[in-house]
Design a protein around this ligand. Structure first.
Ligand SMILES: [Zn+2]
Length: 114
C-alpha cells in the first residue's frame, strides 16, 4: 500500500471513528412508558429501546474497530492480514476499511465459526 492510499484510508477511518463516537455518545432513551400505558405501549417502548440499544452497541463496536485500524496505520501494519501476514486487497479495504483479515483468512474464520 502506498502513502497516498494509506493517507486516504486514515482519512476514511478518522471520519468513521468520529461518526461512531458521536453515535455512541448519544444517551439511550429512558423508559417512556407512562403509568397509564397499556401492553401495546409497553411493547412499542421496549422495541424502540431495543433498537436504540442495538444501534448503540454497533456504534461502540465500529468505534473500537476504527480506533484499532488507526493504531495499525500508526504502527505501519495497516492492510496486513493478521492471520497470514499477506497484504489485504485494497478493494476489500475500500468496502471494510477496518478489516483485519484477507478474504481467504476471513472465509476460513467464518467456516470454523459455524
Ligand atoms: Zn490472510
Amino acid at each position: 500500500m502506498n502513502l497516498a492510499e494509506t493517507l486516504r484510508f486514515r482519512n476514511l477511518l478518522e471520519r468513521e471513528r468520529d461518526r461512531a463516537r458521536a453515535q455512541a455518545a448519544r444517551p439511550l432513551p429512558m423508559a417512556m412508558t407512562s403509568p397509564q400505558a397499556d401492553a401495546l405501549d409497553c411493547a412499542a417502548d421496549l422495541s424502540l429501546w431495543t433498537i436504540a440499544q442495538a444501534t448503540h452497541l454497533a456504534a461502540r463496536r465500529r468505534l473500537a474497530q476504527a480506533e484499532l485500524a488507526l493504531a495499525r496505520i500508526e504502527a505501519g501494519t495497516y492492510g496486513v492480514c493478521q492471520k497470514c501476514g499477506q497484504s489485504i486487497d485494497v478493494a476489500r479495504l475500500e468496502v471494510l476499511p477496518a478489516a483485519t483479515l484477507c478474504v481467504d483468512c476471513q472465509r476460513k474464520a467464518e467456516r470454523t465459526d459455524n
